[in-house]
Design a protein around this ligand. Structure first.
Ligand SMILES: *Cc1c(COP(=O)(O)O)cnc(C)c1O
Length: 390
């Protein structure tokens, strides 16, 4: 095994060779049921035929030109995202962190246009927004920030799912925006109370701030709506996407609406690769497949069923703190650190994730069959019970 990689990850002892649907196969031919989807990326399942065909065909025609020119796929994908979100404009990036960088720059420039010299963004405790300097500063996790000071200025942190904590900053003349995840993913699958984003949107309107929702994990159908903020019936000023947008082909997007959509002028922001013909071909194929197979409403339904199955299977089980989630974004919080469950599940041919030490996070593919769903519930319930009994 190569020892020339930077030690940024403590990797599990497995190498995958191929996949299909909800299944992966390792280099020894062993099969795994994937309930992580590459962290909410391969929502349509592995090696999705329509996505594979789209990128194959596009690669034979044109992979890259430049944002110096019009890119037809980019315009088509922007039109589609605008239609689905009701938002006006899109900037395409290569990753989630870059999409958030664009959002942060929009907020700052918006502030400066109003004569605010130190534009400041409200961010949440326990949040995750990426690993670039600005996004790791916005992230509410000391471990992500440790060793990288000096951090970026212009952020104020408040508790998540607490409207009053945001309101308390209404008198601060430097605030220009709120950046928030509709459901905190890395932070442990925390679902705020219904109406939370609506309340934040109202505060933003009153104070002329931008509501910026980080839907990098929750977007593109994961929670049973195209975008999780739609559960609250609002349209944000800015929204960021990435993970599932290309089903594995790197692509991110920063969408903006109304006044926020008019902030950037030529020269204010840019990217070499962002929105290239190949990545956008993948994005277009993903959205088309989601529509053809009606995945959005199916995920809403199947997610409810899956949570209910776990609640039933783990009912009365001491050590289980809470089972929560929306759509196919599910957290099972235990009363103790449970990272070792990941390796145990792996041995049994099941891929799960643990975040925030004590929360099992499930982000299954939308194409998991009923049989595979039963397998996930049975196998994981058994693992959890054994772990808690030990
Ligand atoms: C994954 C994630 C990011 C970072 O995306 P990258 O593509 O890894 O840069 C940002 N915000 C949220 C909510 C995420 O889940």
């Amino acid at each position: 095994m190569s020892d020339h990689l930077m030690k940024t990850y403590a990797r599990l002892p497995v190498t995958f060779e191929k996949g299909a649907g909800a299944l992966l196969q390792d280099t020894n031919g062993k099969s795994y049921l994937d309930a992580v989807s590459g962290i909410a990326v391969c929502s349509l399942g592995h090696a999705h035929p329509a996505v594979a065909e789209a990128i194959c065909a596009q690669s034979q025609q044109l992979i890259h030109t430049s944002n110096l020119y019009n890119v037809a796929n980019q315009q088509a994908l922007a039109d589609k995202l605008a239609e689905l979100s009701g938002m006006d404009r899109v900037f395409f990036s290569n990753s989630g962190a870059e999409a958030n960088e664009a959002a942060i720059k929009i907020a700052r420039k918006y502030g400066h246009s109003k004569g605010i010299d130190v534009p400041t963004i409200i961010v949440m405790e326990n949040s995750f927004h990426g690993r670039t300097l600005a996004t790791l500063t916005a992230t509410g996790n000391k471990k992500v920030q440790e060793g990288f000071a000096p951090l970026v200025e212009g952020f104020i942190r408040v508790p998540f799912d607490n409207v009053d904590a945001v309101k308390a900053h209404s008198d601060n003349p430097n605030i220009v925006a709120i950046l928030v995840e509709p459901i905190q993913g890395e932070g442990g699958v925390h679902v705020p109370q219904a109406g939370y984003l609506k309340a934040l949107k109202d505060i933003c309107e009153t104070n002329d701030w931008l509501l910026m929702v980080d839907e990098i994990q929750t977007g593109v159908g994961r929670t049973g709506k195209w975008f999780a903020h739609q559960h609250d019936g609002i349209t944000p000023d800015v929204m960021t996407l990435a993970k599932a947008l290309g089903n594995g082909v790197p692509i991110g997007a920063c969408l903006a609406n109304g006044k926020a959509a008019e902030v950037f002028a030529p020269g204010n922001h840019g990217t070499t690769f962002g929105g290239n013909p190949l990545a956008c071909a993948a994005g277009l194929a993903v959205i088309k497949a989601m529509e053809i197979h009606n995945h959005i409403s199916k995920v809403a339904e199947k997610g409810d069923v899956l949570v209910e199955k776990f609640r039933t299977a783990l009912q009365g089980q001491a050590g289980v703190v809470q089972i929560r989630g929306k759509g196919y974004m599910i957290g099972i919080q235990l009363d103790r650190p449970c990272g070792e469950l990941v390796g145990k599940a792996l041995e049994q041919g099941l891929l799960i994730n643990v975040t925030r030490m004590d929360t099992i996070r499930l982000l299954p593919t939308f194409v998991m069959t009923q049989e595979q769903t039963e397998q996930l519930v049975t196998q994981l319930t058994q693992l959890v019970k054994e772990f808690l009994a030990a």
